[in-house]
Design a protein around this ligand. Structure first.
Ligand SMILES: [Zn+2]
Length: 161
């Protein structure tokens, strides 16, 4: 991680941040997700900027929720929670943000679908941002553990009980 000031990297950050704000305004959540990830990636090379990453982790999580990608939302909410915690100077810092994250996590996790065969969580890859290497390009509901895919009717049944 470079701690030395670099104008070019800083300008890249400002551009990404402004683009993210613009994407949020027009509710382009796929774009918000991608720009958030780009900022996290940039952060690895631009420690000197001291980017406040919890905010961007939250942006990615919120965008994922809008895209009904709860697996990604949970992943980034947990990362945001962790990042807020790391920045706490006193136990009161970021309490409101952390409490809000906990509420969202609780809601998402209670709505999560469980595979009837193994109890593992069923993931929905329809709006995914990550490349899936195992059972390839299936876009829909699947259990990673059993490598089983689910039709929409099955999902309705599982969600209904
Ligand atoms: Zn399973």
């Amino acid at each position: 991680m470079s701690e030395r000031w670099d104008n070019e990297l800083f300008e890249q950050f400002v551009r990404l941040r402004d683009d993210l704000r613009a994407a949020k305004r027009v509710k382009d959540y796929q774009q918000v997700q991608q720009l958030g990830l780009n900022i996290l990636e940039l952060n690895k090379r631009a420690g000197f900027i001291k980017i406040f990453t919890p905010i961007f982790l939250k942006h990615i999580a919120d965008a994922s929720m809008r895209l009904n990608d709860s697996t990604t939302a949970i992943k980034y909410l947990k990362a945001a929670r962790e990042a807020f915690k790391e920045r706490q100077l006193s136990p009161d810092d970021w309490q409101k943000d952390i409490a809000m994250i906990d509420r969202k996590l609780e809601k998402l996790e209670s709505n999560q679908l469980k595979c009837p065969d193994c109890g593992n969580e069923i993931t929905d890859t329809r709006g995914g941002v990550q490349p899936y290497n195992d059972f390839d390009d299936y876009l829909g509901f699947r259990c990673v553990k059993c490598k089983r895919t689910f039709a929409d009717e099955e999902i309705e049944k599982i969600a209904g009980k």
